[in-house]
Design a protein around this ligand. Structure first.
Ligand code: IP8
Length: 252
């Protein structure tokens, strides 16, 4: 049973402060992952983690004018973005390792590419083999080499969709700062089957998020064809335990 869980960049970093980890939520997230995967009878067997950029990747991408479509041919700009993501990935890995989670990194800048049409290829066999050997692969939003563009941004959300499809995942979870997709009154929408259900009240991205905000997440999750849940940081354990917190997104 393959589970793909994305820890949103805004959850594990302090978005208003450049390159600052949110210690409390990252610790809680690592505790929840460890509770689910470490021990004699783990609730989650094959877990793939993905994390976003938050106040690490996004400000650098914005500063250099790099988006998912517009790349840079300046290696320094690419390394600024990638270096910030490596720092965040190290922070995530170290919290997991402290709790004996057998997490191994997969850095997309060195393991993925986009062709001229924007189609992504990535080292899915590396991820599969890691799972087969009992590891927890940890991928992240990153810079990605992009034919005709240099290096553009690869969102963790795009990775989640591809991993879900390529690994034939059973469950997808997106841990966000909010307890689910919210309607205009701030209430959690329990179920979304099509984007039209929610497009009136889903805004675009916020200022430093170069990859699409909640609207983009819902759209991409609907594409997966795999049941997905959007929930807040308090519900990671419930999700990993097989529960159905927050908003269920299912296009089937
Ligand atoms: O936060 C974006 O990943 P996301 C990563 O999952 C960069 O959209 C480099 C901005």
């Amino acid at each position: 049973m393959v589970t793909v869980l994305k820890l949103g960049g805004s959850v594990i970093t302090r978005k208003e402060r450049p390159e600052t980890v949110d210690e409390r939520t990252l610790t809680e997230a690592a505790d929840a992952v460890a509770a689910a995967v470490v021990g004699p009878d783990p609730a989650t067997s094959d877990l793939v983690l993905v994390h976003g950029g938050g106040s690490f990747g996004h400000p650098h991408a914005k500063e250099h004018g790099v988006t998912t479509a517009e790349g840079t041919s300046d290696f320094r700009a690419a390394m600024d973005i990638h270096g910030a993501m490596l720092t965040l990935n190290e922070a995530v890995l170290s919290r997991l390792h402290d709790r004996n989670v057998p997490a191994l990194p997969v850095h997309p800048l060195s393991a993925a590419a986009r062709d001229e049409d924007g189609t992504l290829s990535y080292a899915v066999d590396t991820v599969e083999t890691m799972l087969g050997e009992g590891f927890v692969p940890v991928l992240h939003g990153d810079g990605v080499v992009h034919a005709g563009e240099g290096v553009s941004v690869l969102s963790g959300d795009e990775l989640v969709v591809r991993l879900a499809a390529d690994l034939d995942a059973d469950r997808v979870g997106l841990c966000s700062t909010v307890p689910g997709v919210l309607d205009l009154d701030g209430a959690v929408v329990p179920e979304i089957g099509a984007f039209e259900d929610v497009h009136d009240y889903l805004g675009g991205s916020d200022a430093t998020d170069v990859t699409g905000g909640m609207a983009g997440k819902v759209r991409t999750l609907l594409e997966t064809g795999v049941p997905a849940h959007v929930f807040g940081p308090d519900a990671i354990d419930e999700f990993l335990d097989g529960g159905s917190p927050g908003t269920r997104i299912d296009s089937r």
